[in-house]
Ligand binder design. Structure first.
Ligand code: ZN
Length: 180
């Protein structure tokens, strides 16, 4: 019995020693790069700063399109009568030809589906019919990694449809811009 106990406690001691040495082992590589660790910690504030712009300035809108034919937002809000700055970012990798994205804001009352059907035929103008009276503003057509920022003002409060007019995208890529 005593022998067994001794063996068990010896095993426990051994296990603990292993655990401790394992722990030390995994810490050691970090100690090899104390500067890097410190830098990472010091680099943390800029990361916070990157996240901080989420509450953007008034009338500053940012929306993303991806390779899965999706916007990251389906609702945007802005104030009437003041310039709106809208940035569309294509965060994917696909080319403009395969998975192009734009953002077209339409006047209230526009038949979105009819507009999309008309727009997708307008290859020469990147699927944005020129001088179309139903268009309030639009970005250019983007490929992966590109972005475009536009500025426009909407005076009238209300809900405005927006969509990507690339062929076949509007069923997935659409949303509402609410002007308050
Ligand atoms: Zn698109």
């Amino acid at each position: 019995m005593k022998n067994n106990l001794v063996k068990i406690s010896a095993l426990i001691t051994l296990s603990l020693t292993l655990l401790v040495s394992c722990g030390k082992g995994s810490e050691e590589p970090k100690q090899d790069q104390p500067a890097a660790t410190t830098q990472t910690e010091e680099a943390a504030p800029p990361q916070v700063e990157e996240q901080a712009p989420a509450p953007l300035a008034e009338n500053e809108l940012v929306i993303e399109g991806n390779d899965n034919m999706q916007y990251n937002l389906t609702e945007l809000k802005a104030k009437a009568g003041k310039p709106i700055t809208l940035t569309l970012k294509h965060v994917g990798k696909a080319s403009k030809k395969d998975m192009g994205h734009n953002l077209v804001i339409l006047k209230p009352g526009t038949d979105v589906e009819a507009f999309a059907q008309k727009a997708m035929k307008d290859v020469a103008s990147d699927y944005v019919p020129q001088n179309d009276p139903s268009i309030i503003a639009h970005t250019k057509l983007l490929g992966g990694g590109e972005s475009d920022t536009i500025t426009f003002t909407i005076d009238k409060k209300g809900t405005y449809d927006f969509l990507c007019s690339f062929p076949g995208h509007y069923s997935m890529m659409k949303g509402k811009l609410i002007i308050e």
